[in-house]
Design a protein around this ligand. Structure first.
Ligand SMILES: C[S@@+](CC[C@H](N)C(=O)[O-])C[C@H]1O[C@@H](n2cnc3c(N)ncnc32)[C@H](O)[C@@H]1O
Length: 222
C-alpha cells in the first residue's frame, strides 16, 4: 500500500453552531469532572474500552451504562457532539448531575491518546462510522490505515476486539484492502448490525439514505 502514514492532524469540523447557555455550562463546569486523563475512573475497571469519534454519544452512553464495571473512554473533537453526550449524562432537568464512575470523555485527537496507551491496555476499541474521506488524495486522513492497525493491535490485549462500521463504499473497500494486508487480527465482516452493537445517529441517516453499512469485528490474535 503506497499511501503514507497518516499525520496526527484534524481535518473535520470541530465547532458547530453557537452554544446555548446550558451547553456552555456543560463544557465549562461539567466536562472537567469527567475529563480523561485528568479525572481517573471512579471504579477499578474490569476492562478498559475506547471509542474513537463518538459523534452524538448514543453508542458510548449505552455501552457505558450497560457495562458499569468497564472503564469507557469516549473520544470526540466536535464540540456539538461533546455537548450532546454531556447532555445525555446531565439532562436539563437534573439540577446536580453526577458523572458516571465508569465513563470519561477525551476531547482531543484520539490517535496520540492511542499511541500513549500501554501495550494490551484496551479490551475493546470502537470506530463507528469514521469520517470517510472518499477522495483518494485524502486517504491518509482515514483512521483505518496500516500504521494505525498496528497501533490498535499493540494497544489491544490478546483476544481483545476492534469494532469498525462504515456506510461509505470507498471506505468499505479501503478497509477490506487494509485488513487483507494484516495478520494480527481475525476478521469477521457482516452487513447486518450484530447483536450488542448500539446504533448511532450517523448510521440511522445512512440507512434512510439507502446505504448499506458494513460491520467488521476484529479479534486480536496471540
Ligand atoms: C462521521 S462521524 C460519526 C460519529 C458517530 N460515531 C456516529 O456513528 O454517529 C465521525 C466523528 O469522528 C470524529 N473524529 C474524527 N477524527 C477523530 C479523531 N482523530 N479523534 C477523535 N474524534 C475524531 C469527528 O469529529 C466526527 O464527529
Amino acid at each position: 500500500m503506497s499511501v503514507k502514514p497518516p499525520p496526527d492532524r484534524l481535518y473535520g469540523r470541530q465547532k458547530g453552531k453557537s452554544l446555548r447557555p446550558r451547553q456552555e455550562w456543560l463544557l465549562a463546569a461539567f466536562l472537567p469532572r469527567l475529563s480523561w486523563p485528568a479525572v481517573p475512573f471512579g471504579i477499578v475497571p474490569r476492562e478498559t474500552w475506547l471509542e474513537v469519534g463518538f459523534g452524538g454519544g448514543e453508542h458510548a452512553f449505552e455501552l457505558a451504562d450497560k457495562n458499569p464495571d468497564v472503564g469507557y473512554i469516549a473520544a470526540e473533537v466536535f464540540e456539538t457532539g461533546i455537548c450532546s453526550l454531556l447532555s445525555r449524562i446531565a439532562p436539563d432537568h437534573v439540577e446536580q448531575p453526577e458523572p458516571p464512575a465508569n465513563l470519561r470523555l477525551f476531547t482531543d485527537d484520539a490517535r496520540p491518546l492511542l499511541r500513549g496507551m500501554a501495550d494490551g491496555a484496551l479490551s475493546k476499541l470502537f470506530l463507528m462510522f469514521p469520517d470517510p474521506w472518499p477522495k483518494a488524495r485524502h486517504a491518509k486522513r482515514r483512521f483505518v490505515h496500516p500504521e494505525l492497525v498496528a497501533e490498535v493491535a499493540r494497544a489491544l490485549r490478546v483476544g481483545g476486539e476492534w469494532r469498525i462500521a462504515s456506510d461509505d463504499p470507498t471506505y468499505q473497500a479501503w478497509t477490506d484492502e487494509v485488513l487483507g494486508g494484516q495478520d494480527v487480527f481475525t476478521v469477521s465482516r457482516v452487513t447486518e448490525r450484530p447483536e450488542g452493537w448500539p446504533g448511532t445517529r450517523y448510521e440511522a441517516k445512512a440507512v434512510v439514505a439507502g446505504r448499506v453499512p458494513v460491520y467488521w469485528s476484529l479479534i486480536r490474535k496471540s
